[in-house]
Design a binder for this molecule. Structure first.
Ligand SMILES: C[S@@+](CC[C@H](N)C(=O)[O-])C[C@H]1O[C@@H](n2cnc3c(N)ncnc32)[C@H](O)[C@@H]1O
Ligand code: SF4
Length: 332
């Protein structure tokens, strides 16, 4: 174990070229979400914990950089990708994003063409200032669209409507963001194959550069022993537990498999390249090592460089898409 970072990962053989920063704040909790997230008063208002969190994050960046300095020297290769994920990093004030990226550049180095991604939500009170992020050095936005069906978004408890996704993509393009990715969920409770096909078509019509398609996974981290001392999940609130119990009854393995197969065929026909089980890049748009899904980052040792834990074990050990649910022939 790395003695300089409590609970740190075993030392890696080569200097990491990617950095993941987890921003664990959201305005409200989506009932299906297992990520480490603090919502409500912790995220904004007089009792918000964002300021102390940022102080701790800067301190951890320094600690981790010092370990790398010692092990690989200060002239080690600079980072190729930085990913601000969450939670909802778009809730951070733009000057806080800028300060983090200055710290990252100073302490880790950033390659000239480095890809810097920020995850954003679309709701009017959570989408942030895209132009300021661009000025701070963000080159890529990952937008959590989830669905482009108004009813499905409501059922999922999201704060945005389909039109907000379209305006967020427009804003990103107007601000000069060169790469835009959309996250979509399939196997949404009571969804249909037709609704999924419409969502996918509507997403393609927005001309994103990248798509992450995730099977909605409704786990019970408490029952799996992932919460409590030594666990890396937060306990599931009672309301979310109840929501999941009802929602699981409205999921369907065969429908999920059909939705996944439809996506692979629809995207292949449009010339998109699936380079990982849940990630596709549009024609001519390269995927970047470590840039996209947590699962991809965690499999590659040079991508495992996360300041503050939080994008937790699901990513490393239990990828979200449905390999277990799909017929073997359809597994990537
Ligand atoms: C953790 S969120 C962070 C981004 C942003 N807060 C949002 O929700 O759009 C990143 C992505 O994880 C996916 N996700 C969250 N909970 C999930 C679950 N239970 N099963 C599958 N995917 C999930 C969603 O597609 C989401 O866009
Ligand atoms: S899905 Fe996104 S917005 Fe919803 S609670 Fe999780 S991190 Fe926050």
């Amino acid at each position: 174990m790395n003695p300089a970072v409590p609970g740190g990962e075993p030392p890696v053989a080569a200097a990491p070229v990617a950095l993941y920063l987890h921003v664990p704040f959201c305005i409200s909790l989506c009932p299906y979400c297992d990520f480490v997230v603090y919502a409500g008063a912790a995220a904004r208002g007089p009792r918000a914990r964002v300021g102390p969190f940022l102080d701790a994050l800067h301190a951890e960046l320094d600690l981790r950089a010092a370990v790398l300095d010692e092990r690989f020297g200060r002239d080690r290769p600079p980072l190729e990708t930085v990913y601000l994920g969450g939670g909802t990093p778009s809730l951070l004030p733009a000057d806080a994003v800028a300060a983090l990226l200055v710290r990252v550049r100073d302490r880790f180095g950033l390659a000239e063409a480095a890809e810097v991604t920020l995850e954003a939500n679309h709701g009017p009170d959570e989408r942030g200032d895209t132009s300021a992020w661009r000025a701070a050095g963000v080159t890529r936005l990952s937008l959590g669209a989830q669905s482009l069906d108004a009813g499905e978004l409501r059922r999922l408890g999201r704060r945005h409507r389909p039109a907000d996704v379209a305006s967020a993509v427009r804003e990103a393009r107007d601000a000069g963001i060169g790469s835009v990715s959309l996250d979509l969920l399939y196997d949404i409770p009571a969804s249909t194959e037709a609704a999924w096909a419409s969502t996918l078509d509507a997403a393609l019509a927005l001309a994103p550069d990248h798509l992450s398609l995730y099977a909605l996974t409704l786990d019970d981290p408490d029952a799996e022993g992932l919460t409590g001392p030594g666990g890396d999940h937060l306990p599931t609130p009672t309301g979310a537990r109840r929501w999941r119990a009802g929602a699981r009854r409205e999921q369907e393995e065969d429908r999920a498999a059909a939705q996944y197969v439809h996506a692979t065929e629809r995207l292949a026909a449009a010339g998109w390249r699936g380079y990982e089980i849940s990630n596709w890049a549009r024609p001519g748009h390269g995927d970047r090592r470590c840039s996209a899904a947590p699962a991809r980052r965690m499999r590659d040792p040079r991508c495992r460089n996360g300041a503050l834990r939080g994008a937790h074990a699901r990513s490393a050990d239990r990828p979200r898409p449905p390999p277990g649910r799909l017929p073997r022939a359809n597994r990537p």
